[in-house]
Design a protein around this ligand. Sequence first.
Ligand SMILES: Cc1cc2nc3c(=O)[nH]c(=O)nc-3n(C[C@H](O)[C@H](O)[C@H](O)COP(=O)(O)OP(=O)(O)OC[C@H]3O[C@@H](n4cnc5c(N)ncnc54)[C@H](O)[C@@H]3O)c2cc1C
Length: 804
Amino acid sequence: MKSHYRVVVIGGGVVGCSVLYHLAKLGWTDIALVERKTLTSGSSWHAAGIFHALNADPNIAALQAYTIKLFKEIQEESGQNVGLHMTGGINVASAPERWEWLQAAYRIFQTMGIDTARLVGRDEIKAMHPLMDVSDVLGGLYDVSEGHVDTYGTTYAYAGAARKRGATIIENNRVLELKQKTDGWEVVTEKGTIGCEHVVNCGGLWAKQVGLMAGLDLPVTPMEHHYLVTETIPEIAAMKEELPLIVDLEGFTYTRQEGKGLLVGLYERNFKHWRMEGAPWDFGIELNQEDIDRIAPELEIGFKRFPALQQVGIKKWVNGSFTFTPDGNPLVGPAPGVRNYWTACGVMAGFLQGGGVGLSLAEMMVHGEPSTDIYGMDIARYGGWAANREYLKQTTGQFYSRRFVMTYPNEQLWAGRPLRTAPAYEAMTQNGMRWGVLWGLEIPLYVAPSKDFEEKPTLKRSNAHDIVGAECRKTREAVGLLDTSAFSRYEVTGPRAQQWLDRIMASKIPGPGRCALAPMLSPSGKLRGDLSVFNWGDGSFWIMGSYYLRAWHMRWFQGHLEDGVRIRDISDDWVGFSLSGPRSRELLEAVVQNADVSNQGFRFLACRELDVGMSRAKVGRLSVNGELGYEINVPAAEHLTLYRTLKKAGSDFGMVEIGFNAMLSLRIEKSFGLWNREFTQVYTPGETGLDRWIAFDKKDFIGRDAALKEREKGAKRRLVTLDVAADDADPSSWEPVWHDGKMVGYITSGAYGHTIGKSIGMALIRPEDAAVGTELTTHVVGVERKAKVIAPSPYDPSGARMRI
Ligand SMILES: Cc1cc2nc3c(=O)[nH]c(=O)nc-3n(C[C@H](O)[C@H](O)[C@H](O)COP(=O)(O)OP(=O)(O)OC[C@H]3O[C@@H](n4cnc5c(N)ncnc54)[C@H](O)[C@@H]3O)c2cc1C
């Protein structure tokens, strides 16, 4: 053990070893892994070792596919056998909606380049797995590259390959304390203190405590999980081929062959947390007592699916623990607010995700950014609120019990809600508003026609479709009122505020009293934000964006902060409403006391302070749906008053309350992109059209060289608008787009345009297929549909209505 390393990785489970391996592979070899006992002595030793690519987040599915490809590589590099059984695997569906979902998932696999999967029917499933009762099975998604590994062998293979590349592994040495220094960390261990630049928390079952050592309360908790292994099953003993892995999506179980018997794992609805504050330090190679009564309902379903289970004894019960986060995805990346402290923990499926997690974290550390869009597992997708014990208990429990249960895009789940509500929430609820949730905040979806109205979960157009349609039409005809509390707001002040904004944003910074769209780039020229900048004219600026990106954006802002600049996240202090539609000016005039808000007095993209009702509001003249519109921001304490003011005055102007569902439809009619759909951290300005707002004449801004290079060479893809010949469902995202049978891109988002009466998709495709009029196809919920490239902004292409 040396006294100093560049990186100390804490924890020698499969994830810590993968991080170590990937750091070494990317060229950082002055690195050490410190393990409390011996490698694998957390969750890793007793896992079932199953791997598969299917994941509700396609980016994570792609990283799982990467992990699968890695097994052979680390085996060869290390010389350690990983015990690879590439048996193939089938996700089976026995409910019509689930079968639809698998058909849609198959197409998304194609988009992600996962070409090892295909759809299979009931008879083929039976032929592949003769022990299975398939009487109610409708179909399945079969992937040849699924199977299982030896968990010990895999962990040691990552470790061995890392060692060969120069990494050090120090076992039987618990990390006791972390001390932050100006140039890094002091890692106090049982065997002495180690200095390092960076620490990585791969603490698995102890990640909570390893976080607290640096003052971080991470939203992660261990939970119990069972599997059983049977005695020999005679039919299996007689088989030549190994059985495929089965995930029974309605049955809460997964099954694989183990020796001559079966291994059956369960995600029971009656879930149980285990040691929410983290495992005890003296916890060894131990298991929990099995709790058969608790898991009996799911066990029963499993026994019906595989009747042979009833004929044989159970050789082994495993009730182990592993960690969960509120959405079940890992916590990866630099911890916001704690310099050089990185996390790769909360990894619920270390064997199928460990490779992708290790790669992504190493890329972030070595290159400054991941090569794929890993927002779905970035630690900064949560704020401190998510670590609240009750919130964590509810959300992790919900995730666990629904691990194999499909969540529909329009489905609202119960856990951890309502946590954050804007002050007008109750009044809006009284008026019939239905709510979704974003970053713990209740966000308005649409106004239901009656108390009893229930929206049915579906992959297709729901029974709320017409309600949303009416909100859209009334907005375009008169005025729509939208709660904008779910926008983020950051205040930038200080003598160098403008210079800093000029460097961090790629766009021109608006003059006093003006606002502007502001793309933000990384040094490699990828997008970091699709923000708006407001210059209030008094030396203060606001940046506005998406509420759920608050920790992600603040981490970036703070990482690039300079002397003479202060930035504050004021999203919980300032909230607001937007008015949009042709009559919104008349309405504003009716409630504004002290100013000329005519088109001359308050021009498009102007911003200023106005007395709106009793509130001294900060107002911008812009809208996200292509109409004449105003965003009215007020202190949170005045939100309800503003709501009442606008409601009262609005009745004279045909105003309707609208929700985000209407906004999503209205914006797509204008081809306005959204973050996490059209814009992500791996797309570029040229691809997405955000280059229109780049001020190439500015001498210095982050990402300038790369953006210039892209401008010279041309973008590799184009964002286009598609008119989709849809039927009862609209495109969503990630569906492949085809030209004469060749995949040329994929859908980034889609919705029904209620006021133009068309189903619209936005898609990133090859430039040669992007000409207006090109006839393409796509798959909507698994069904092939025609899709024609149309000119952007099918509604009001000239943008005249925003400027009236
Ligand atoms: C019953 C069961 C079945 C499972 N089946 C599967 C499966 O089929 N497929 C799959 O992909 N996943 C499966 N899992 C999940 C899998 O086990 C975990 O995702 C994985 O092991 C997590 O690995 P890790 O490295 O993050 O954590 P861990 O394995 O918990 O490793 C953390 C390590 O950190 C060390 N450590 C902690 N604190 C310190 C400290 N202060 N100083 C030094 N060292 C420290 C610990 O000793 C430990 O070795 C299963 C889990 C269970 C319980």
